[in-house]
Write a protein that binds this ligand. Structure first.
Ligand SMILES: Cc1cc2nc3c(=O)[nH]c(=O)nc-3n(C[C@H](O)[C@H](O)[C@H](O)COP(=O)(O)OP(=O)(O)OC[C@H]3O[C@@H](n4cnc5c(N)ncnc54)[C@H](O)[C@@H]3O)c2cc1C
Length: 344
């Protein structure tokens, strides 16, 4: 029977990143996944953006999260000899009113991150104003997960299996023993000891479309984002458009409402009619209070849960997984952002 220090359940952004962080510290790791095509990570667009939402708010701790993310993905690229990360400015388009109400103040506060530019030719509406997000990026999440799986498989550290939460943990069937078992299972049913965790997922839908001849090398945001897939592959005419946010309907079926919402918002960015190639659906793992968490089992049996990355897994995971790995291996205090706030 093989013995490892850490068995990680779930090959999504959380599990993959924690596995790498532990491995980079010289720890022995097993990565176990029951691959689900609709897992949040398998549909994620991989965008990393400093300012988000209607309020165009700066993500707290951006100055810590971004450098950790950039250097982490570059390190994984080096180890796996793959290309999975692009750092490039993005553009957000505002109408005059939105610019005056929200963006002008942000520009004045953060000239190192933002600058006013001309709107990209042919995009937006007459009179619109564009702001460049000078530092932004995109992770090719499918490539990241595939490279991770390939690397850990090649080292006999990847297992394809479903860990049945209600039947206890059947690592023996995998001929595996571990000191710690860490559930990075997104918003899939956690094991009984973590059933109390207030998971409040949000459904997200996105479209892959073709817009022939639209010459765009940047990611554009305007109530919706438009991300050129040609940045990472040879799909010059293909773009992703997303994403919706729905807390009520939590099935994994694509909806006409989401498609129409995305198309209507896309029409504010480009008047060119898109051809829809596919529509994807996933559930973002969100913990009440919108916080990521790393929590040990109350039974003190060595099991943990690491989840709650919400809409920003690609940005948050490298920094938080490093802090979590440091806590597990050296006993350093757990990062404040990973400690569950409020009563259990
Ligand atoms: C439409 C959409 C667009 C998004 N776009 C972005 C974006 O642009 N940028 C960004 O940063 N984030 C984005 N996100 C959010 C991002 O996807 C999440 O933050 C991230 O994927 C969460 O990763 P995770 O590893 O916690 O969960 P998951 O991706 O759900 O991974 C969990 C894994 O655990 C496995 N698993 C579950 N239960 C078991 C079990 N019992 N046994 C074995 N394996 C199990 C699952 O199969 C899965 O592989 C988007 C999300 C959606 C839905």
């Amino acid at each position: 029977m093989k013995h490892v220090r850490h068995a990680i359940v779930g090959l999504g952004i959380a599990g993959a990143t924690l596995a790498w962080r532990l491995k980079m510290r010289g720890e022995s790791v097993a990565l176990i996944d029951d691959p689900q095509p609709n897992s949040s990570s398998r549909v994620a667009a991989g965008l990393i953006t400093p300012f988000t939402g209607q309020r165009f708010a700066l993500t707290p701790r951006w100055d810590e999260f971004w450098p950790a993310a950039e250097s982490f993905y570059r390190q994984v690229e080096d180890i796996t000899q793959t290309s999975l990360f692009t750092a490039a400015p993005a553009v957000r388009i505002f109408n005059q009113q939105e610019f005056d109400d929200i963006a002008a103040a942000r520009l004045a506060q953060h000239p190192e991150l933002l600058r006013r530019i001309d709107p990209p030719a042919g995009l937006g509406q007459p009179g619109d104003i564009a702001v460049e997000l000078r530092i932004a990026g995109r992770v090719d999440v499918p490539a990241y997960l595939a490279a991770t799986q390939e690397y850990f498989s090649a080292h006999d550290e990847y297992y394809e299996a479903k860990i049945e939460a209600d039947k206890g943990v059947q690592l023996a069937a995998l001929e595996l023993k571990c000191d710690r078992l860490i559930f990075c299972t997104g918003c899939y049913a956690p094991p009984a000891e973590f059933a109390w965790l207030p998971l409040q997922p949000a459904k997200g839908e996105l479209l892959t479309v073709e817009l022939p001849g639209l010459d765009l090398s940047q990611i554009i945001h305007r109530n919706v984002w438009l991300s050129p897939l040609g940045l990472q592959s040879n799909n010059a005419d293909r773009f992703q458009v997303g994403a919706t946010f729905d807390r009520d309907n939590l099935d994994l079926l694509p909806t006409v409402e989401a498609r129409d919402e995305l198309l209507a918002k896309l029409a504010q960015v480009t008047s060119q009619p898109p051809q829809i190639i596919k529509q994807c659906v996933g559930l973002r793992p969100i913990v009440r209070g919108r916080q990521p968490v790393a929590i040990p089992s109350r039974n003190d049996d060595g099991s943990w849960i690491f989840t709650g990355l919400g809409s920003k897994g690609c940005l948050l995971a490298p920094f938080l997984a490093e802090g979590f790995a440091a806590h597990l291996t050296t006993g350093s205090p757990l990062d404040r952002d990973l400690q569950l706030r409020g009563a259990r």
